[in-house]
Write a protein that binds this ligand. Sequence first.
Ligand code: GLU
Length: 295
Amino acid sequence: MYIGRFAPSPSGPLHFGSLIAALGSYFQARSQNGRWLVRIEDIDPPREVEGAAELILKTLQAYQLHWDGEVLYQSQRLNAYQTQIDHWLASGQAYLCECTRKQIKAAGGFYQGTCRDKQLNASDSCAVRLTMDYPVSSFIDEKHGQLDIPEQLAQEDFIIKRRDGLFAYNLAVVLDDIYQGVTEVVRGADLIEPTGRQISLYKTLGVEPVTYLHLPLAIDDNGNKLSKQNHATAIDLDNPKPTLLNAMRFLGFDVETEIATKEIADIIQWGVENWRLSQLPKQLKIKPPFSNDAL
Ligand code: GLU
């Protein structure tokens, strides 16, 4: 059975860019009679905004995007992440690293495995890195076909737990997608690069990777991703229809007046029935054809 998910970080309210990821993953799952899960990725407290998680869920409901089962919060899964790391530290699949960002930058920008054989003892100022035994320098995307990842990035022993004690996004995403039985990941094209590392984690764990579909990224006038960090406008909760229609057009739907005048729930249902990967734009970045104020 198809199981998809939407996995927002609660660093602010939903904006047009994250609505695209929510809608795309919803349509892709529901058009295959699949399940659609919501996971709140709250493992980075310094970047969290109070109340954002509740607001995101409320917004999904206002847009009639109803998820299956309980929402999973990554903050409830910290023990599972630590257990996996302890296991890898014991087996030698992971190791402690004391290098600073500055040192790595000075050595050319990519981590060269400096601490691999140092056998450092657990200390507060160490990160944990995965010994890279399964570098992935390309993968097949359901829309884009083969996507390449820079070789040096693919080869790097990347961080799975940061010096400050926070778990890395790549580790948490993969462990949770496995835990929740997710079969396909649908998300924005800004996450193409980390996909290589995520597939490496599946291989290290001996688990069959999910399939991937990356959606066009909504960018602003300056070519920057619309993001919570860039203070993208929060989408309208009280009058969702204009934004919903804009988002569906962005995803390649030809929404005629007859559809546009329907209730939100009916528009979403029409979207499920008419979702086609072939109509999804091929570009990885698109500037929506309306100003940010219109969102
Ligand atoms: N939490 C990530 C974000 O909001 C998305 C993770 C994912 O879809 O894999 O950017």
